[in-house]
Design a protein around this ligand. Sequence first.
Ligand code: NAD
Ligand code: 13P
Length: 405
Amino acid sequence: GRKHKVTVIGSGNWGTTVTKLVAENTRDHPDVFERDVQMWVYEENVTIPKDSPHYDAAIGDQPQKLTSIINKYHENVKYLPNIALPPNVIANPSLPDAVKDSTILIFNFPHEFIGNICKQMKGHVLPYARGISCIKGVTVTEDNEIELLCEYIGDTLGIYCGALSGANIAIEIANEEWCETTIAYNTPPCDLRGGANGNSAPSNGADHDHKDARGLVSKTKLTPVPADYPPLDHDEFQKLFGRPYFTVSMVSDVVGVSLGGALKNIVAIACGFVEGNGWNNTAKTAVMRRGMLEIIAFGREFFPETIQEKTFWEESAGWGDMIVSCTSARNWRYSKMAVERGVTVQEIERTELNGQKLQGISTTREVCGFLRARGVESKYPLFFAVDGILDGKVKVEDIPKLFRK
Ligand code: NAD
Ligand code: 13P
C-alpha cells in the first residue's frame, strides 16, 4: 500500500517547530508515513550573521535564500535559530510543488495570510488530502459570519481539516521541554475503516458528507482516503504529532479548540497592558478569568449547537493556553513592552519581532468588528477594552470601570 506524504505549510517560529517534531515521527513510523516532510517556506533573503556557526566567509554578508539555508544547514536561522532540524525536512519555496501528492497538510502560518495561501493551493491539493490547522485566529466572512480557520481551509480546498491548539510556546517545544496540546479531529464518516477507536461502522466510502462546526451537513462533499493508504484516524494523528515531549489529547470539539486558541490572544494582550501599567498578578488574574468567560460566552452565542464547554476547562487548548499566553507568550510580552515604552503594539511588532507576528491585534479587530455589527458589544467588555486601547480611545487604567455594573 501507499504511505501518507506530509507537508507543513508555513515555516515561522511555530511552523518550523511543528515540522521538526512531525519529521521525527515520519522517521519513526515508516509503516504509515513517507520519511521526507515538505515544509513550504515564504521565500526571503536572509543574511547569516558573523557570529553564527553557519557564517561562511566566502559568502560574507551576501543575502541567501532562506530555503537554501534551511536545506544546507538544517536550521531555520531566521525564525527558529539554534535548533537542529532533522535532515528529512525539505524546505520548498513553491506552494504547488510542496503540497503535490501530499495526503496530510499541516497549516501553520500567521492567520492573516490564509486567504492568499489557500487561493494559491487551490487545484493543487489531492481531493482526499486531510488537514490540521495549527493557526490561532478566526476569519470573518464578507457577509459578517464568523468562520473557524479549519473550516475556511476545508471549504476552500474541498477537504476535511481539523485543528491543533494548546499551551505551546514554540521554543520550549523545539528544545524538547515537555508540554501538552489538543487536536480536534472529527474523522469523516467516509474515512472510517471499521473497528479503530470504537468506530464500528465500516465504510464503503458511500457517505461523502460530514458535519460542519455548527453541526450541520457541510456543503463540502469529501473524497474518501483511498483504501491502499493507512487509515487516517485519531491513532494516526497521535503517531504524527505525539512525542515524548509533546503529549497530544485527541478530541472532537473543533469549536472549543479553535476558539480557545484564537480568542485567548485578545486576553493575552489585555494582560500585557495591565502588567505594563504596573499592576500585578491579581489584576492579571481578573483579566484572565473575565476573558475566559467572554470566550465561553462567544462560543455559546455563535456555536450554540456544538460548543462543548468542558474543552475550556479540561483541555490544554482551554485554560492551559490562557495561562501560558498571559504569562509568557509573545502577545502578552510585547503588549506589556508597548505600554512600558509608550508606543503602539503595532510599532513593537515592526521593530522587535524580526518578522514574527502577533495574532492578537488582528484577531481583536476582526472579532470586535464582527460583534459590533451585531450590536452585542456590552456582552464582551474585555474584548472591546482591548480594541479601544489599540485605537488609543481607552486607557488601561479604565479597564476596571468597564466592568462596573
Ligand atoms: P511567526 O510569528 O514566526 O511568523 C512569521 C512567518 O510568517 C514566517 O514564516 C514568514 O515567512 C511568514 N510570512 C511573512 N509574510 C508572509 C506572507 N506575505 N505570506 C505568507 N507568509 C508570510 O509564525 P508562527 O510562530 O509559526 O505562527 C504560526 C501560527 O501558529 C500563528 O497563528 C500562531 O498564533 C500559532 N502559534 C504560535 C506559537 C509560537 O510559540 N510561536 C505557538 C502556538 C501557536
Ligand atoms: P504567542 O503567539 O502570543 O506567542 O502565543 C503562542 C501560543 O499560542 C501559546 O500557546
